[in-house]
Design a protein around this ligand. Sequence first.
Ligand code: FAD
Length: 497
Amino acid sequence: MTKAAIIGAGIGGIATAVRLAVKGYDVTVLEANHTFGGKMHEFWLGKYRFDAGPSLFTLPHLVDELFTLAGRNPSDYFRYTRLDPITHYFWPDGSHVKACADAEKFAQEAEQQLGVPKRAVQEALQKSARLYKGTANTFLQKSLHRLNTYLSPDVLKALGCLSDLGLTTTMHEANANQFSDPRFVQLLDRFATYNGSDPYQAPGTLNIIPHLEHNIGAFYPEGGIYAIAASLVKLAEELGVEFRYNEQVERIITQQNNVTGVETIKGRYAADVVVSNMDVVPTYRRLLPDQPAPEKTLQQPRSSSALIFYWGVRKVFPQLHVHNIFFSQDYKSEFEHIFKYKTVSPDPTIYVNITSKADPADAPAGGENWFVMVNVPHNQGQDWQQLTAETRQAVLQKLKHMLRTDVEALIEEEQVLDPLLIESRTSSFGGALYGSSSNNKMAAFLRHPNFSSKIKGLYFCGGSVHPGGGIPLCLLSAKIVGELTPAVAPSPAKSPK
Ligand code: FAD
């Protein structure tokens, strides 16, 4: 029986477990925490439910695909609806744009509210679609570290997009060249934060992201984002995957450059294949201390992290939706605070996610569950207690001004998440949300591959390796690992239940 040990039950680890089980591996997932999900977990504060980490869900077909692969009907396990509107954007000057799911209506709204030519918005979204279609197969769905990727016809397609790719301009420059309204530029620049990057440094290539949200759609899963992890764990267990919780892996065992298993705080597990879903930096530093580490890769600048205030709010705000953004006055300065000065801007852009808008059961009647997030640098020894206190005040002041309501007086439940907690709960290096940032044009090639070129049988999935962070990319990392691992005959002992 070919055994696979997966280190970590984050979304990447769970999806890899499904793929390897379907391939016929005998799969054990070893998870340090008492439950699955990693960053994607949920909790309750009194009568308010919260998704702790990710809140925006795109490319749901990547989840469906796992159920189909296992011969199941996806909707028997996992259901979701398309959000409309997607996001409600607010600016300090009092203007606002409701980004409707229909791209045409969104363009119309941008024209009405901001005076941005409708045609230009449509063209920007069409360009984003062209870029995505031309490049995704090469840059996101395959290993960039295998020769045969470059021999495929998809590369020719990607090369055809080269001039459009915006490798010579930053994302901000590309957007500012296209639009004169600084508010609409800010709206487009914000997509850089979807992988924890800075639009003033990241290449124009990141302008493929709006396509995911505006042309394909943003979705809300029944039961919240946590339902993605929960439904896939159910599937994995049906396929015979064993999840062992409270079982931190301490070492990856190798013999003559072959992986032979892992050692946890409770014992040893022999394995022919080991997949690390742990952040790649601590994987090398803690689990492979005797192996030479790929220092250049590990030292790539980290993505941003987040400060999150989970608030149970005793009021319903009809002007808000599931996703809401309250922009800062000076976006450039905000990113300089994060990436240059490694601190938090005194006027941060505030993201408020309210899942009770989609599922009223997430909050008591007359209340809302607010997930209030500010982008911050990853942990480099800052005084997070002080930064949290200062940011909380700045956020409350800004919301009071922009919503004309004293939100502080309405908070009846509260919890905070900072980069230190993100790091301690998931082992993400510095509490970075998305592994390394995309703040330079070679970033895609500098992420760690999904396999080890030194240790046979060792693979990597999750947000800190290729193709990057965020739910869809973590699912794609699992897909790539599923393709790279050797085929095995189905195991009779672990046939589906
Ligand atoms: P992780 O979630 O990082 O989990 C790794 C798992 O490995 C953990 O369970 C950990 O306990 C376990 N582990 C680590 N070390 C060991 C060990 N030695 N032994 C055993 N187990 C170990 N993405 C989006 O797509 N949309 C969003 O809106 C979004 N917003 C976000 C907001 C926040 C606040 C955060 C934190 C993240 C957000 N993300 C978002 C990013 C997204 O959550 C992550 O990219 C993704 O969930 C990471 O999954 P992963 O597979 O890398 O594993």
